[in-house]
Design a protein around this ligand. Structure first.
Ligand code: A2R
Length: 310
C-alpha cells in the first residue's frame, strides 16, 4: 500500500507538522519542477491532504491514491466525480467551523446594517468633527431568509433569534422538526425577507441560483449576505442590482473568482467585504487541520473515516 502524503498547496502549519511527524510528506507547492516531482513520487502517494482542492489531472497522475482529505466543509474544489470513478474516498471538515462561520455572518450583518466600517472610517478620517454619521438601519425585528438551513445555517438561525430577528428558510426539502417557516421557492422567500443569507454548497444545482430575479425580489430595502460560495450568486446581476438601486446592499465573504473582487463592488458604499474569512480563526482552523490529520490516520489504520463525504 502507498503510504506517502501529497500536500499540493500550503497547509495550515499545525496540520502539516502533524502529518510530517507520522508520514512521509511531499509538498508539491515547494517543487521548482512540479511535473518532475510528481512523476518521481506518484506511485508512493496514498493520500492527498488538500487545501486548494484536487482536480482530475492531479488525481489521474497518482495511480495508488485512495484518499483525498480536504481542509474545508465545501469540497467543490475536489473532483469528486473522478474520485468516485477511481474508488477514492473523500473527507471534509464539517461542524468544527459552524460557530466561526455563524459568528462572521452576524458580524457582517451588523457591519452593513449599522454601517460599522463606514462609521470607523468617519472617525479615522477626522470627519466626525465636522458632523456626526447619518442614522442607520437596525436588525431587530427584520426577517432573515436563510438559503441552506444545514449545520452552519442552523447556528446562524440560533444567533439571529437572539438578535430578535424573524427567521425563515429555503432548501430543497422542508425540515418539519425545525421551528422556522419554510419556503419551497427561493424567490418567494427573498420577497418576504429583509436579508437573504446564502449558506449552501457550491454545486451545479446552486450555480447562480441567486440571480437577478431573486435579488430584485429581495428589493431596494433588502440586503444579500453570502457566506457560502461565490458561485451561488450571479455577481454581474448583483453589481447591476446594487448600482441601480433594485437591491439595497450586500455583505460578502465569498466571490466568483477569488481573490479577484470586481472593482465595481469594491467601490460601492452599500457593500461590506471580507476576504473569505468565515472559518478563519486560530481555534477553528486548528480544529479543521486536526480533522484532516485524523481522517488520514484513520484511513491508514484501516479504521472508519471520521468525516467522509457521502
Ligand atoms: O436542500 P436541502 O434540504 O438538502 O438543504 C441543504 C441546502 N442545499 C440547498 N438548498 C437549496 N438548493 C440547493 N440546490 C441546495 N443544496 C443544498 O444547503 C442544507 O440545508 C444546506 C447545506 O447544509 P450542510 O450540508 O449541513 O452544509 P454546511 O456544513 O452547513 O455548509 C454549507 C456550505 C458549505 O458547503 C460551504 O460551501 C460553505 O457553506 O461554507
Amino acid at each position: 500500500m502507498a503510504t506517502d502524503i501529497l500536500i499540493p498547496n500550503k497547509m495550515l502549519a499545525s496540520a502539516d507538522a502533524a502529518l510530517a511527524e507520522a508520514f512521509t510528506v511531499h509538498r508539491l507547492y515547494e517543487a521548482s519542477d512540479r511535473d518532475a516531482m510528481l512523476a518521481g513520487v506518484a506511485s508512493n502517494i496514498g493520500a492527498i491532504a488538500s487545501s486548494g482542492g484536487a482536480d482530475r489531472a492531479l488525481i489521474e497522475a497518482l495511480p495508488n491514491l485512495k484518499l483525498v482529505a480536504h481542509f474545508g466543509v465545501g469540497y467543490d474544489p475536489v473532483d469528486v466525480v473522478c474520485c468516485k470513478e477511481r474508488d477514492i474516498r473523500v473527507t471534509n471538515t464539517p461542524d468544527v467551523l459552524n460557530d466561526a462561520v455563524a459568528e462572521m455572518t452576524l458580524g457582517l450583518m451588523l457591519a452593513l446594517e449599522r454601517r460599522i466600517p463606514h462609521g470607523d472610517r468617519h472617525v479615522r478620517e477626522g470627519a466626525w468633527e465636522s458632523g456626526g454619521y447619518p442614522l442607520t438601519g437596525e436588525l431587530t425585528g427584520k426577517t432573515a431568509g436563510i438559503m441552506g438551513l444545514g449545520r452552519i445555517g442552523k447556528e446562524i438561525a440560533r444567533r439571529l433569534q437572539v438578535m430578535k430577528m424573524n427567521v425563515v428558510y429555503h432548501g430543497r426539502t422542508e425540515q418539519k422538526h425545525e421551528p422556522y417557516p419554510y419556503y419551497a421557492s427561493l424567490k418567494d422567500m427573498a420577497a418576504a425577507s429583509d436579508w437573504l443569507i446564502v449558506v449552501v454548497p457550491g454545486t451545479p444545482e446552486t450555480t447562480k441560483a441567486v440571480n437577478a430575479d431573486v435579488l430584485k425580489a429581495l428589493g431596494p430595502q433588502g440586503a444579500l449576505l453570502n457566506i457560502g460560495r461565490g458561485s451561488v450568486v450571479d455577481e454581474k446581476a448583483l453589481i447591476t442590482c446594487l448600482s441601480d438601486g433594485s437591491l439595497g446592499g450586500a455583505a460578502l465573504d465569498v466571490f466568483e473568482d477569488e481573490p479577484r473582487v470586481p472593482e465595481a463592488l469594491r467601490a460601492m458604499d452599500n457593500v461590506v467585504l471580507q476576504p473569505h474569512q468565515g472559518s478563519a480563526t486560530h481555534k477553528t482552523r486548528w480544529a479543521m487541520g486536526d480533522l484532516v490529520v485524523r481522517n488520514i490516520k484513520a484511513h491508514f489504520a484501516g479504521q472508519p473515516l471520521i468525516t467522509p463525504v457521502a
